[in-house]
Ligand binder design. Sequence first.
Ligand SMILES: [Zn+2]
Length: 349
Amino acid sequence: MLIPRQTAIPELVRVKPGALDRIGIYAGRNEFTRVVLFFSQGLDDRLLARLTGSLRSKNVQVLQQMQIESVSFEEVTELFRQAPRNADAIIGFGGGKALDVAKYVAFLSRLPYLSVPTSLSNDGFCSPQSSLTIAERRYPLPSAMPFGVILDTAVCLDAPEILWHSGVGDLVSKFTAVTDWKLAFHAQETPVDDFAALLSDASVYQFVARPKRDLDGMRLLGTALLLNGISMSICGSSRPASGSEHLISHALDSLSKRPRLHGLQVGVATYLISLLQNQNSRRIAALFDATGFWQAIASDPFDRAEWLEAARIAPTMKSDFYTVLSSRDCLPEIETALRSDPNLRLCFG
Ligand SMILES: [Zn+2]
């Protein structure tokens, strides 16, 4: 008998310029009259005023409004305990941390979550995970998919360019993640969800065909990252979005003196891993040429010794997770690539 698959996907998706000013309308349509708002530290006051003004214009009451600085699990569960019990929905507004926290509090409260990113630096604005720290280390914890994603492309275009590079870096990791997933299937029979892999692949190509930093480029990058989050929800695993390139980035987060934006680490690691997988390297390098990613990294290069150590411990970052790094001792190849590959040499000063 065919058992219908249940997949959580957002019911409300708006990806367009000016969407921020319509959030009151979207909330009203879904009968959200009382909301809790978590927003990023350092968020532009004018953006916050636009969001709260739009809610007010439709008589949506903000019961609690909090600036988020920490993603520690203990503090987030405390926020959940203190959250008003009569809210209809939770809004996360800004960048990574505020969105992770809002998503997790909504998940614990079993309330609809509205994700309102102000930049596209990673795929966390529409994924079924929250990245929180436990004992100083960051872990992806199972969470709920957003009920709504309101992505104002004009606001994202105004965000600093480095955040865009980070988003591009996180997006291309789908090439190596899907290859790792297939390697894991052949080596260990890790089940591959065909549709999730297909969607993950397809989402990258939409953007690769037109990698420009303009309004339409923001729409394509935003949609691609969003579909990628949905592909994780389809298969109930992070496999379509995260492979060995993410293990290296997680390792860097734990050992680097100065961890960098997630997508910058992941983007360079993706290119490095593509060399080991012997697939997609030229495509990734060309995309990084076209978007100016290489130059962005070269202007503030990474530390080669830290990367070698991160590559060494990367396979231990996640148990029972087969990748190209599990297939052989890759360290000698990585050492050579960091030293002699012309693109990577740019990234390491
Ligand atoms: Zn990522």
